[in-house]
Design a protein around this ligand. Structure first.
Ligand SMILES: [Cu+2]
Length: 155
């Protein structure tokens, strides 16, 4: 029970660096050794109503702030950036069309009860769902997100 290690470690991702090498002629190359924006612990929870949520961590190891602008998936008709907020004891979801800021040297957690990606009309296969994240500076990051059981601890 609950022994599927793939839940946290099975995420394949490719980070697309925008435009490749951007060093200007004659300038010192930027120090980029290992510094990157990366996605960890991506997992999805689906409902019988074909609505789903994706939770993940974005780690920004670079020295400049980035922003998660949008997301899309071939397994869903629409993906929105949401956050659960409490107003006078009522929980509601608000959309973040402006994206989620990712601070320099920091991280942003998408977790149940907080920020998340909302998927509409999801069709998941046993292989999970594909997800394309678009960052302002990092560019596109494609990953495969495993689907976890509804009763599994998502934290
Ligand atoms: Cu939502």
């Amino acid at each position: 029970m609950g022994g599927r290690g793939a839940r946290t470690l099975g995420v394949m991702l490719l980070v697309g660096l925008p435009g490749g090498c951007r060093t200007r002629e004659g300038a010192e190359p930027l120090r980029t050794s290992g510094a990157s924006v990366r996605v960890e612990r991506a997992r999805a929870r689906l409902t019988p109503a074909q609505v789903g949520a994706v939770y993940l961590s974005v780690v920004n190891a670079t020295e400049s702030a980035d922003r998660l602008l949008s997301a899309e998936s071939s397994s869903a008709t629409k993906v929105e950036l949401h956050e659960v907020v409490a107003r006078e004891d009522v929980l509601s979801m608000v959309m973040h069309p402006e994206g989620f800021p990712i601070p320099a040297g920091g991280r942003v957690e998408l977790v149940p009860g907080g920020k998340h990606l909302m998927l509409y009309n999801v069709r998941a296969s046993a292989d999970g769902i594909d997800l394309l994240l678009r960052f302002e500076k990092t560019g596109a990051v494609r990953l495969n997100v495993p689907v976890v059981a509804a009763d599994e601890d998502m934290r």
